[in-house]
Design a binder for this molecule. Sequence first.
Ligand code: 5RP
Length: 250
Amino acid sequence: MKTLNQNEQKEKVGKVSIDTLIEKGLIFSGMKIGLGTGSTAMHAVKQVAARISDGTLKNIKAVSTSFQTTIACQELGIPVFSMNSPEIKGELDLAIDGADEIDADSNLIKGGGAALLLEKIVAYNSKVYVIITDESKAVCDLGTKFALPVEIIPEARVSITKQLEALGAKCVLREGLRKCGPVITDNGNQILDCTWQSVNGKSPINPSEMEDKINSITGVVETGFFTKNKPIIFIAKSDDSVEIRNMPCK
Ligand code: 5RP
């Protein structure tokens, strides 16, 4: 039996998701599509470009969620627009992205690549939301293993940290790689990575409630809990299969 490593799963799910969504009429010519960020989303971006160049998709209008994805779209010939442009009017037909963790209720942690703000603007303004991952991202519950990224206004770092600690979180300011000091996001902000201690082997938090609580703290720009627009989920497995969750019936 063929077995796929993590990178091969990411590539497979990027290709299979786009082609399945085209087959099912959820990706179509003329559509407004949000394109996510990260190594898995990049495979989907490449597959959209391949379907544009083979003539399957025409007149696609993309909104990108990061500098990384904008540069890829420019290099691959995918036309990129702002959410505010007259062509997009603040609303997308579909958005596709990767994730850091997915729980059994289709709640997500995102922001491992620090692109959570634009990713959420795109996700929460899309009629259809799609998440593509390798099998390592499917977990029982959220908040105790992969740290929840919270994008913050730098001047509010200390006050926000105190309030997150009052919500039970341990917070670490994300450091840059090959840069001294903290990561600065595409929007000029900083990231606090937050974890909770498990209780009897389970996460002590409700992701949807915690998303609202954290977003009500002054100076928080956005949290990496994505719980309000439930996605269709494609998960590539090491056994070469792809599990699909929440696909709507025709
Ligand atoms: C970026 C994200 C990514 O989608 C998430 O980190 C997954 O990345 P990858 O596909 O590289 O594992 O949320 O902010």
